[in-house]
Design a protein. Structure first.
Length: 131
């Protein structure tokens, strides 16, 4: 069972109607989709902080952080952020530390640009019943 990936617009407006995989379900187990999206926002914020501090030469640690960032940004529909994270993942995988450093700055910049929208999404989710 899975949810169709939502865009930030759909999450911000609490529009779950395009969820073709579970259109008549509001909950999965004890978690509602808004709660799952809230968890993704929390994970994204925490992992951005981790990305700031990680040594990109430590590929296992940086890969885990980048993978979590990619998953959370994709779930939230932050497609530009996800693309830059995927580019960073490629640089880490190819052990291109100078390029990875540049891409880390790009990810942090993209996150800074997305932060106001993500904050709006967080506010909307907090006011959604069942979240």
């Amino acid at each position: 069972f899975f949810f169709k990936q939502k865009t930030a617009y759909e999450i911000r407006n609490c529009d779950w109607s395009s969820d073709v995989c579970s259109s008549d379900l509001k909950e999965v187990g004890t978690l509602s989709f808004p709660a799952i999206a809230q968890d993704c926002l929390d994970e994204l914020s925490a992992r951005i902080a981790d990305l700031t501090d990680v040594n990109l030469d430590h590929t296992d640690a940086s890969r885990l952080i980048v993978h979590d960032l990619k998953t959370a940004s994709g779930t939230l529909g932050a497609t530009r952020l996800k693309q830059v994270i995927e580019d960073l993942e490629g640089a880490i995988d190819s052990v291109d530390t100078p390029r990875a450093s540049d891409l880390r700055r790009a990810v942090l910049g993209e996150f800074a640009m997305a932060a106001p929208v993500l904050d709006q999404v967080r506010s909307r989710l907090a006011s959604t019943p069942g979240s």
